[in-house]
Design a protein around this ligand. Structure first.
Ligand code: NDP
Length: 263
């Protein structure tokens, strides 16, 4: 990914970050091959985030709770699976407000929701309402949060226009509603229930300025876009692999260039 290589160049790391298409039946060979070739680690995306776990030697704390891995790190010759999706989010939101003691509303119950909700819970969030269309995924996530983290978790069946409770501190969209190219799709929320002082975050990185963030900014909320979550994931992964704290601005600028060229 261009963003990671931009950081390597900027910090004089003579490394490469290459994309490899790995079919599901080749995953074990790919992991063994990465080890044989002396890689320091790798990222993996769908459909490998869960399937990779049997090929690893251990998991970090949140990857164990989330049950999915997006970053693999070689530590003392062992492959350890981490999940930086939610960590990237927590790092980004912590620059605006501390998660500890906060009341959250999260839209969505897929992979991004699971990672964000677990990390926010482990960071001390007090309460979370999971608002999702399909009941099954919502219940699985609520049960996971209730049994494996200290947060108070409840679910809401998203059948009608959602009214955000007035005492909500942080609103987070982890659905794919509005993701490029479907930029005109809108969350079914009463946007007038977004209040000044709430923090409103969207995991969607493209476009960075989603309709939710536009509605929130117009009502005086503080907003956070999905680009920062993505940049932070890269920052955390490079720190795991190299020990270097990379300059976030270099990565964000590169990501902006890529998005502009795709638009
Ligand atoms: P999943 O497919 O696992 O989950 C998608 C979620 O969106 C589900 O909760 C689904 O609900 C909900 N959803 C989709 N369409 C609709 C709709 N029309 N109405 C109501 N709910 C809907 O995807 P991920 O969790 O992996 O990704 C979700 C988003 O997060 C994507 O936009 C992705 O780009 C973003 N993301 C951003 C990252 C970043 O670093 N910024 C990292 C990872 C993801 P249901 O269960 O009912 O189907």
């Amino acid at each position: 990914m261009a963003m990671v290589e931009a950081a390597y160049r900027h910090h004089h790391l003579h490394w490469r970050y290459i994309n490899c298409e790995v079919p599901p039946e080749g995953l074990g060979d790919a992991v063994r091959g990465a080890k044989a070739m002396g890689w320091v680690g790798f990222n993996c995306s769908l459909p490998h985030k869960v399937a990779v776990i049997p090929y690893l030697d251990g998991l970090g704390e949140s990857a164990r709770v989330i049950g999915a891995v997006n970053t693999v790190v070689r530590r003392d010759d062992l492959w350890i699976g981490e999940n930086t999706d939610g960590k990237g989010f927590v790092e980004a939101i912590s620059e605006i407000t501390k998660p500890a003691g906060k009341k959250l509303v999260i839209f969505g119950a897929g992979g991004a929701a699971r990672a964000v909700a677990v990390e926010m819970a482990l960071a001390g969030a007090l309460e979370v309402i999971i608002v999702n269309r399909s009941r099954e995924r919502r219940d699985i996530l609520v049960d996971l949060l209730g049994s494996r983290t200290p947060v108070m978790a409840t679910g809401h069946n998203w059948e009608n226009t959602y009214q955000i409770p007035a005492d909500t501190d942080i609103v987070i969209n982890t659905t794919s509603i509005g993701l490029y190219p479907n930029v005109h799709e809108r969350l079914d929320i009463d946007f007038n229930t977004l209040r000044r002082g709430m923090v409103v975050a969207d995991a969607i990185p493209n476009p960075p300025r989603t309709h939710l963030l536009g509605e929130a900014a117009a009502r005086g909320c503080v907003t956070l876009d999905g680009l920062q979550m993505l940049v932070n994931q890269g920052v955390i992964a490079i720190k795991y692999w190299s020990g270097v704290d990379v300059d976030k601005r270099v990565m964000r600028d590169e990501l902006n260039k890529v998005l502009v060229s795709q638009a």
